[in-house]
Design a protein around this ligand. Structure first.
Ligand code: TRP
Length: 342
């Protein structure tokens, strides 16, 4: 049965590297949970992207499963949204090759993420995968006729490239792909690093004190929040430009308690950093404890977790197949019987 989805398709991916953080939750994953019923959502763990840097194989396996379990424990319902590992859908790699043959060295060399990640490196030591990363991302998106892609500012350029490739392919071969759009949710908050609050909290930060992992223990949460950089100004005000550390704590507390950071600041007017930090730590622990209980239950029932991912992959393969076939056909590949699997 073909079920033609009536809701617009939304695709997003997270690389299984580092540790999912409270910043990733507040900035992205929380929105996914809200969007899953409004849109036809595919949430992908982009394991093929993760190997653009060397991974330790056993830890990589575990991290992919852990990320999936965390998505679900955060409230992404595997019945409502399609949750899957990128490598389980070979069409991603296949479409990447077809797109590679239409992408230009020049446009990939201009990508600021590529430039940032390779700055100072010798050309002999720069992996081709890192260079080609945005084409794989384009394949992720275009395979599903995606309309909307929730992305942060750092990924906008990759999305522009995706759009360029879609338009180029449609122009060359006739309509193949929906041209996707960046989707910036209304409710979005940027959580900053705890030690350097002018930088975004990152899941791959080398300094563990900069971030709170979703699987952090209560003791560590308290310690990290207590040590978060603030300032010596008396009282609490919400001023992201001049008091980024305090503003960041207010952002976190506001996101977890559904209050505006500026309004929260007013309620702490006569109190100090210590009181605010204490409440931030309490709110984090109150949110993360039940999440972690769900997460550990999922990780302890591997059969169930594997079954969810198998089902997600089946659904994604089924969804991807017609687009991939259309591209092959449009380019004139002879379709042998071996391509009749869908
Ligand atoms: N490049 C994205 C990032 O680092 C991850 C990603 C891969 C992605 N494929 C995607 C995001 C497709 C959105 C859509 O954040």
């Amino acid at each position: 049965m073909m079920n033609a989805p009536s809701k617009p398709t939304l695709f997003s991916g997270i690389q299984p590297s580092g540790l999912l953080t409270i910043g990733g939750y507040i900035g992205a994953l929380r929105n996914w949970v809200r969007l899953q019923h409004e849109y036809d959502c595919l949430f992908c763990i982009v394991d093929l992207h993760a190997i653009t840097v060397r991974q330790d194989p056993p830890r990589f396996t575990e991290r992919c499963l852990s990320f999936a379990a965390q998505y679900i424990a955060l409230g992404i319902d595997p019945e409502a949204a399609t949750i899957f590992l990128q490598s389980h859908v070979p069409a991603h790699a296949e479409l990447t090759w077809l797109l590679n043959c239409h992408a230009y060295m020049g446009e990939l060399a201009r990508m600021t993420q590529f430039k940032d990640k390779t700055r100072g490196a010798k050309e002999q030591a720069i992996g081709v995968g890192l260079f080609d990363y945005p084409v794989l991302m384009a394949a992720d998106i275009l395979l599903y006729q995606t309309k909307l892609v929730p992305v942060g500012a750092d990924q906008k350029q990759h999305l522009e490239l995706t759009r360029d490739l879609a338009v180029r392919m449609n122009h060359a071969y006739g309509p193949l792909f929906t041209v996707p759009e960046a989707f910036i949710p209304e409710v979005g908050a940027r959580v900053m690093s705890l030690q350097e609050p002018t930088r975004k909290m990152s899941k791959s930060d080398e300094n563990a004190n900069n971030s709170i992992a979703l699987i952090e223990t209560p003791d560590v949460i308290r310690r990290k929040i207590r040590r978060a950089v603030t300032d010596a100004t008396l009282g609490i005000t919400y001023a992201p430009d001049t008091r980024p550390g305090v503003a960041n704590l207010l952002t976190i507390l506001g996101a977890l308690t559904d209050r505006a950071p500026a309004a929260l600041a007013a309620s702490y007017a006569d109190q100090g950093n210590a009181a605010l930090k204490n409440d931030v730590a309490d709110a984090l622990i109150a949110f993360l404890e039940p999440f972690q209980a769900r997460y550990h239950a999922l990780m302890d029932d591997r059969e169930a977790l594997h079954a969810i991912l198998r089902r997600g992959a089946e659904r994604a393969r089924h969804r991807a197949a017609p687009t991939l076939r259309r591209v092959y056909d449009a380019m004139g590949f002879w379709r042998g019987e071996q391509r009749e699997e869908t």
